[in-house]
Design a protein around this ligand. Structure first.
Ligand SMILES: C[S@@+](CC[C@H](N)C(=O)[O-])C[C@H]1O[C@@H](n2cnc3c(N)ncnc32)[C@H](O)[C@@H]1O
Length: 219
C-alpha cells in the first residue's frame, strides 16, 4: 500500500568505519572490470545520440520508471537528459510515458548497467553537466558497503564524468557516506534535509510514509 514503506533497517548507525580507507584505495587503484557487450552497445547508442544533440548532458542514474528523467528534461530545457536503469520492466513504463510527453524532446531512457556506463563514459571523455543519483538501492548491511555508490570501486569514474552531483536518499547513513566519500575525493558536499518535491516515485512513497529525506549536493 502507498504510504507504508518501511524505513531502512541497518545495524549501521553512522558512516562505515572502513569507508575512508576503501575510498582512498579506489581513488589510487584503477577499477578493472569486464564490460558486457550489451553495455557497449547501449553506450554506443548513447554516444551517437549525444553527438547529434550537442547540448549539455544531464544523467539520471538509476532512473527507475523514468518519471524523474521527464521532470528533469522539463527542468533543464537547455540540456539533454539521459535516464539510465538496468530494469527492463521499469524502463518500459518510462518509454510509454516518454512517447506520450509531446513537450519533451530532450530526453532518452537507456537500459544499461550503470557501473559499465560510468566506466565507458569516463574512458570516452563524456562529461555531464549534472548527475542525479536519486534514491539508490541502500544495501543496508555493513558488509555491503562496497555495493553502495560511496564505497563502490566505480566512484572515481563517476567523478571523472564531471558535473555537479545531487544524491537523494531516505537513509541518513547513505547521505553521510556519500558526503564523506566526496570529501575524501577532494569535493565539497553539503548534506541537508530535503523538502520533498515528488521528483521520483520512490521519493513520493517515502514522503507519504513519513520518512525523513536527505539531499547531498556537490557543486
Ligand atoms: C530504489 S530504485 C529508485 C528509482 C528511482 N530513482 C526513484 O527514485 O523512483 C533504484 C533503481 O536503481 C536501479 N539500479 C540499481 N543498480 C543499478 C545498476 N548497477 N545499473 C543500472 N540501474 C541500477 C534499479 O533498477 C532501480 O530502478
Amino acid at each position: 500500500m502507498f504510504g507504508n514503506s518501511r524505513e531502512v533497517a541497518s545495524s549501521q548507525r553512522q558512516a562505515h568505519p572502513r569507508l575512508v580507507e576503501i575510498v582512498g584505495r579506489h581513488l589510487r587503484e584503477p577499477f578493472r572490470k569486464p564490460i558486457s557487450d550489451a553495455s557497449r552497445a547501449a553506450f554506443d547508442a548513447l554516444a551517437a545520440r549525444v553527438e547529434d544533440a550537442s547540448r549539455p548532458l544531464v544523467l539520471d542514474a538509476g532512473c527507475g520508471t523514468g518519471a524523474s528523467t521527464l521532470a528533469l528534461a522539463r527542468r533543464h530545457r537547455e540540456a539533454f537528459v539521459v535516464g539510465v536503469d538496468k530494469s527492463r520492466a521499469r524502463l518500459e513504463v518510462g518509454q510509454r510515458a516518454l512517447a506520450c510527453a509531446d513537450d519533451v524532446a530532450n530526453a532518452l531512457l537507456l537500459r544499461c548497467d550503470l557501473v559499465d556506463l560510468w566506466l565507458l563514459a569516463a574512458r570516452a571523455g563524456m562529461r555531464f553537466e549534472r548527475q542525479y543519483l536519486l534514491y539508490p538501492n541502500p544495501w543496508p548491511k555493513p558488509e555491503y558497503v562496497m555495493r553502495r555508490w560511496p564505497g563502490h570501486p566505480v566512484l572515481p569514474a563517476i567523478l571523472a564524468c564531471g558535473g555537479a552531483l545531487e544524491l537523494r536518499t531516505n537513509w541518513d547513513v547513505y547521505a553521510l557516506e556519500w558526503a564523506e566519500a566526496l570529501r575524501v575525493a577532494g569535493r565539497e558536499a553539503c548534506v541537508e534535509l530535503l523538502i520533498p518535491d515528488g521528483l521520483t516515485p520512490f521519493e513520493a512513497k517515502y514522503a507519504a510514509s513519513g520518512h525523513r529525506l536527505w539531499r547531498v549536493e556537490s557543486p
